[in-house]
Ligand binder design. Structure first.
Ligand code: PLP
Length: 443
């Protein structure tokens, strides 16, 4: 038995697959079998595998300065340059950036910065956070408490009560609508629920509302038109910050620079970035906040003597150098434009499965999508456990493609942004075979 405790894994039913190397949009196992990486690793390897520029950047930076921390204002040029570049890219006003190592720790940092900020401006009671059902924000104690998926809570005694996480509806029309309800009525109802929650708790106790513009791990939920406009109007009215978790949707994934652009979210106050920030060549994340929030914290840190939060690897120079190069490549090679074009093609091709007897709903935007398989196509009845999803995921692998079954029985598609239309065709063909096998399994 292996000595590894595998993350996010069924310990009893684990089929290990040893991945040995990667090239472009493909990975190869230890027997030399090739797989199309249709999930870009974990929604992250935007530039694919073995990108020589990133490899050489990492190697050069390692030779020059393999480590330097950022405590007490120690700094380095690649960190400064990365922060400048990111700050200019994001839609957050006068953005200030705290570097971390993962999406989860970046969300923890945000929770702490929110507390620090509201304490600084004399509103210590304003610390609760509204998060949605079926959201995914990571797995540390705090981030898992924001997450709205049962497997991340059950047996862990989470969410952690003292954090004050409030839960509101997922904007998931297919699963959440009442019989006969139109999309507009659905949006009106769930945004009204949001406002009622705010009124019940007291807006003066609520710091922020966190949302993935389009969700990933919960099955790629794309909210109906008008949802974010209504949400933002309510939040603005009650003086609650909008916190965009763009760990998956950031950097060209949804057909634009950020998910906020695609979903018409105006000026988020905070943003969480990771994954595609470095094309996953190095672990790095960014907690982005409005400049005036940072300014409010300056006096507070001076009072204490230090802003008492930082990771050993905050602003790791190799990670910063790789992230900076990644952003330069995005710009120079028009990667977002390419992803938008091929993403449209992928969405069109995914929808060719609409009539398949197992397919309940096809969702997505740009280069992220999901196909939800259902037990009853007419009623949309879900499968009552993850067995069908797990079978389909394995069938994809058998046909030479890696993807994941998420939130029960939705297969997710999120290939590297560099894929070609021919590779999308290959993905569709392999998925078609796997879906055929899955129908045989179900019947
Ligand atoms: N937020 C979102 C939206 C994510 O999708 C993820 C991971 O998939 C995270 C946060 C957590 O990131 P990490 O796994 O790097 O901790």
């Amino acid at each position: 038995m292996s000595k590894i405790i595998y993350p996010t894994t069924n310990f009893k039913a684990t089929n290990t697959l040893t991945i040995e190397r990667g090239e472009g949009a493909y990975v190869y196992d230890s027997n030399g079998n090739q797989y199309l990486e249709a999930l870009a690793g974990l929604w992250c390897t935007s530039l694919g595998y073995n990108n020589r520029e990133l490899v050489e950047t990492a190697s050069e930076q390692m030779s020059k300065l393999s480590f330097s921390h950022m405590f007490g204002g120690k700094t380095h040029q690649v960190g400064i340059d990365l922060a400048e570049k990111l700050s200019a890219m994001v839609p957050v006003e006068n953005a200030k950036i705290f570097f971390g190592n993962s999406g989860s720790d970046a969300n923890d940092t945000h929770i702490k910065m929110l507390r620090y900020y509201f304490n600084a401006i004399g509103k210590p009671e304003k610390f609760k956070i509204i998060s949605r059902e079926r959201s995914y924000h990571g797995v540390t104690i705090a981030a898992a408490s924001l997450t709205g998926l049962p497997p991340n809570h059950t047996h862990f005694d989470l969410p952690f009560e003292a954090l004050g996480v409030l839960r509101t509806d997922a904007p998931h029309y297919y699963r959440g609508a009442l019989p006969g309800e139109t999309e507009t009525q659905f949006v009106d109802r769930i945004t009204n629920n949001l406002e009622q929650l705010i009124l019940k708790e007291g807006a003066n106790t609520i710091a922020a509302f966190i949302a993935e513009p389009i969700t990933g791990a919960s099955g790629v939920i794309v909210p109906p038109a008008g949802y974010y406009e209504k949400v933002q109007a309510i939040l603005n009215k009650h003086d609650i910050l909008f916190w965009a978790d763009e760990v998956i949707t950031g950097f060209g994934r949804t057909g634009n620079d950020f998910g906020c652009t695609t979903m018409n979210i105006q000026k988020p106050d905070m943003m969480t970035l990771a994954k595609q920030l470095s094309s996953a060549y190095m672990p790095i994340s960014a907690s982005v906040i409005r400049g005036d929030m940072y300014e409010a914290m300056i006096e507070q840190s001076a009072n204490v003597g230090v802003f008492g939060h930082g990771y050993t690897y905050s602003g790791h120079p190799v990670a910063c150098a790789v992230a900076l190069k990644t952003l330069e490549i995005y710009e120079r090679d028009n990667i977002f434009g390419h992803a938008a074009e091929v993403g449209d093609y992928m969405q069109k091709r995914l929808r060719e499965f609409a009539d398949h007897p197992l397919v309940g709903e096809i969702r997505g935007k740009g280069m992220i999508g999901a196909i939800e398989m259902v037990a009853n196509k007419q009623t949309g009845q879900a499968f009552n456990n993850g067995a069908v999803g797990a079978f389909a995921q394995q069938a994809c692998q058998t046909h030479g493609m890696i993807t994941r079954s998420v939130a029960g029985s939705s297969l997710a598609f999120c290939p590297p942004l560099i894929v070609t239309e021919a590779q999308i065709d290959e993905m569709i063909e392999k998925f078609g075979k796997a879906l055929g096998d899955t129908l045989g399994f179900v019947q």
